[in-house]
Ligand binder design. Sequence first.
Ligand code: SF4
Length: 330
Amino acid sequence: MDKEQLREEINRLKEKHQVTIVAHFYQRDEVFEMADYSGDSLQLAQMAKDDPNPYLIFCGVGFMGESVKILSPQKRVLMPKIACCAMARMIDKPYYNENVEILEKSGVKKEDILPITYINSSAEVKAEVGKMGGMVCTSSNAKKIIEKGLESGKKILFVPDKQLGQNVALMMGLKSCVIGEDCDPKEADIICYNGFCSVHQLFELSDIEFYRKKFPGILIVSHPECPPEVCQASDFVGSTSQIIKYIKDLPLDQKVAVGTEFNLVNRLRKKNTYILSSTKPECPTMNETTLEDLYNTLKAIDEDKIITEISVDPEVEKWAKVALERMFEF
Ligand code: SF4
């Protein structure tokens, strides 16, 4: 089948089986264009909750499909590719508990730690955080959630993204350190796990210098998963949805260089928009899903041969939901 036939079949099967398709902003265009809803991980989980269809096909990475399933357990959530975010893969339950033990050995008691996990983590890690009284955050609400967490008087253990943890600490004038990197946890307000996004860590200060020299007056926009020195030198730092809004509100002749995933930047606007890198910052796992995969997932529903359905262990689901719902409370 050519692409046009694939699109027609996708639309036909979607109607026939009452399927909603959602796609993250970083998906390739051919998949993104087929979505009923698009957004960042939090927006998609919220939209899915209110969606009436029994089937939901989630085009994104594994932790996003899991979050949707945890918040809407009555739904059948399918993913064309169960691709795993590189950052989420950097931490699992044993690593999480090992890091809590490291803090205890450094003189920070477990009862004095409030864990916060970025939504880019497995359900298993969210559940461990939930059991310790902690919560989930996203890049758009991380500052608010950390502020809330600090009201407990405890130290924050922030997993898995050290860049986001450090960026929020800098924004709030707090002390942070990264476990394994010359860190005295007793001195820090936010103690970060040593994880990162393999795409956003590639943006460099030299990229900003290059664009400022080439186009005086250009605005620099970055995602808080970028290194702290890049965020500090940017004119605007925000989550994917905040970046989209910021750029939409700019005058069309305002030049802007953006430090986030290629597919999103490429779609923002045709003119005066540049990728803040000399390489192509493409998320390999987000790009795994193709139009053909999407069609195959619908065909599997049609033939009653589903194989890529998301399921979460009930005990993990219970505690991960607690951590997710604490975030929604705030
Ligand atoms: Fe994970 Fe980074 Fe890809 Fe987002 S861009 S899914 S954080 S690896």
